[in-house]
Design a protein around this ligand. Structure first.
Ligand SMILES: [Zn+2]
Ligand SMILES: [Zn+2]
Length: 189
């Protein structure tokens, strides 16, 4: 059946108007899906991962976009949910410093929903600057992680502590401000 799925993939890819440019921009099939996928993108994504469970979900394209970021910028909620459920890193920024936390959208509802649906700790992000305020880490600015979204943050951007029962973290742990709101207010309806 995986042969069939790859034929379908190939067809879908070659029929896609983005086909000639995707290689130039360093995009994998998942990036194409994030950028051009429609309502069925989540289903295609799940089939893809079934065939290639080890596929690197957080691989950036030439502009630094992950499949999650592309899907988020396109407002494809179904695909975002499928990607997050599969264990993607949440806070990864593209080359312009844009990520799902700071991307300008009319409402943060999708971001809150994605955070609310986390059922296990996502993989931690790494880097040399704070994912929230861009402060450079060094001797005086230490690295911390939000235990809920996995983002790398400075002390100033992760001052709140709360137990995360759904992760079996029953003692207060460090979280970012957005996650604190999600965890205290619950899913934003
Ligand atoms: Zn910071
Ligand atoms: Zn967080």
């Amino acid at each position: 059946s995986s042969g069939y799925i790859f034929c379908a993939w190939g067809l879908w890819l070659t029929c896609n108007p983005a086909f000639p440019t995707c290689f130039v921009r360093g995009q994998s099939p998942l990036h194409i899906l994030g950028q051009y996928g429609r309502e069925n993108a989540a289903t295609i994504f799940e089939l893809f991962l079934e065939c290639m469970p080890e596929y690197p979900l957080d691989k950036p394209d030439a502009e630094g976009n992950t499949v999650l970021l592309l899907a988020y910028m396109k407002g494809n909620a179904n695909l975002c949910r499928a990607v997050v459920r599969s264990g993607a890193r949440l806070g990864v920024s593209n080359n312009q410093g844009v990520n799902i936390f700071n991307y300008q959208v009319a409402t943060k509802q999708l971001l809150f929903r994605l955070l609310d649906m986390l059922s296990k700790e996502p993989p931690w992000c790494d880097g040399s600057t704070c994912y929230e305020c861009a402060a450079k880490f060094g001797v005086t600015t230490r690295k911390h992680h939000c235990r809920h979204c996995g983002r790398l943050l400075c002390h100033k951007c992760s001052t709140k502590e709360i137990p995360i029962i759904k992760f079996d973290l029953n003692k207060p742990v460090r979280v970012c401000n957005i996650c604190f709101d999600v965890l205290t207010l619950g899913g934003v309806s």
